[in-house]
Ligand binder design. Structure first.
Ligand SMILES: CC(C)(COP(=O)(O)OP(=O)(O)OC[C@H]1O[C@@H](n2cnc3c(N)ncnc32)[C@H](O)[C@@H]1OP(=O)(O)O)[C@@H](O)C(=O)NCCC(=O)NCCS
Length: 358
């Protein structure tokens, strides 16, 4: 389907500032949807995505192309995506993806918008945004969210120019594992355990044991209410055991490495804290720190620190070549950031989550 096709005139910029404008040029921007089964176009989109990603965060390895393709072919349960490529005079220079939650947050669509660095400021981003707004409205969505890295000026400038609201400042932090002092970690862990009588840890890879699924669903569903969400219009996800099972199965099917550790309250047998490190198996040296949550009824026992340190040890036993872990937190999330800092994570860059009412 051709979603949008419009000629634009690049007029009026100074010749000195921009040699593309030595003469006015009629350029045609086409934004066209493609299904994940259209491998040739999907691979063109991945090239655009990869170039934009490596330009903005050169220190994070881009996932292997086949892995990305596989994840597009196997949508995450409860989510649907609409993807399109923008062509400038026939050449793929932009990639846009609209993420549509199907089980909750039915008025929201997440937006991923990328233009090749050498083809920016020619209206491609705006053409893709127009396309995304049109698609999102047709799906009954009322606002778009998207994130920008602040080490490059383009994303923030674009979002602000489109009238989006800066809704949630975030920090990406990195733990450089080559500098980690294991003895210090052992001492930190021993000290933390002196506050956690009556708890024990359980670590696993991939699918959680059936007996913990309800508790994990409860913890997962709390994330939106427990972590700072700034001015984002977002509702808690409706998570149950079946959704956890299907989500984890989807990740297993895509071959994602996922290492989990939970803390069990011995008196009740309930899992009350949980954290995860995960990433594509082909990336031997890099992994992402995801969800870390402690049940509000069990806070104050250093379970956040325990679960993260234990999970790191568990993960390194499976992936000994790891050298870096990255994680995102709301910049206002003092509690999580202070645990991260104590573990040795350091701020790598800052991000902004934007929201645009449509
Ligand atoms: C943001 C991005 C998609 C914009 O793509 P683009 O094709 O350059 O955008 P456009 O040419 O349509 O720009 C539209 C307007 O945004 C503003 N803008 C975009 N980049 C800007 C910059 N670096 N400085 C100042 N204003 C900028 C301008 O108002 C511009 O209009 P103008 O060129 O007529 O002045 C592109 O920079 C990108 O891929 N960035 C990395 C990923 C990202 O941050 N995505 C955005 C998520 S909201």
């Amino acid at each position: 389907m051709r979603a949008s096709s419009r000629p634009i005139l690049t007029f009026g910029k100074s010749v000195a500032a921009d040699s593309r404008c030595v003469q006015s040029v009629l350029m045609s921007i086409d934004v066209a949807v493609f299904p994940a089964s259209d491998e040739a176009t999907a691979r063109e989109a991945i090239q655009v995505d990869r170039a934009a990603f490596e330009y903005q965060t050169p220190d994070i390895p881009y996932s292997p192309e086949d892995f990305v393709l596989e994840s597009w072919r196997n949508p995450f349960p409860g989510h649907r995506s609409i993807r399109a490529v923008a062509r400038l005079d026939g050449r793929a220079v932009g990639y846009v993806a609209l993420g549509l939650p199907l089980l909750d947050n039915l008025e929201l669509a997440s937006l991923d918008l990328n233009v090749l660095p050498d083809f920016r400021r020619r209206g491609v981003g705006r053409a893709m945004l127009d396309f995304a707004i049109e698609q999102a409205r047709a799906e009954g969505r009322k606002h778009l969210t998207s994130e920008t890295v602040q080490t490059r000026p383009d994303g923030d400038a674009f979002a602000a120019a489109q009238g989006a609201k800066a809704a949630l400042p975030e920090t990406r932090s990195r733990l450089d594992l080559t500098t980690v002092d294991q003895d210090r970690y052992d001492r930190m862990l021993a000290e933390a355990w002196t506050h956690a009588d009556g708890y024990r840890v359980v670590s696993w890879v991939g699918m959680p044991a059936e007996e913990y699924l309800d508790a994990i669903a409860y913890l997962d569903g709390r994330m939106v209410q427990d972590a700072p969400m700034g001015d984002l219009t977002i509702e808690p996800e409706k998570v149950d055991a079946d959704r956890i099972r299907k989500s984890e199965q989807n990740r297993l099917d895509r071959g994602i490495d996922r290492f989990h550790t939970g803390v069990v309250h011995e008196a009740t047998g309930r899992m009350v804290a949980w954290t995860t490190l995960s990433g594509p198996p082909a990336l031997e040296t890099h992994i992402w720190q995801h969800i870390t949550i402690v049940d509000p009824d069990h806070r104050g026992h250093r379970l956040g620190m325990i679960v993260k340190l234990e999970n790191l040890r568990h993960t390194l036993a499976h992936k000994p070549a790891l050298t870096a872990i990255d994680t995102f937190n709301a910049t206002a999330n003092d509690f999580m950031l202070s645990i991260n800092r104590e573990m040795g994570f350091r701020a790598a860059d800052t991000w902004m989550q934007w929201e645009l009412a449509i």
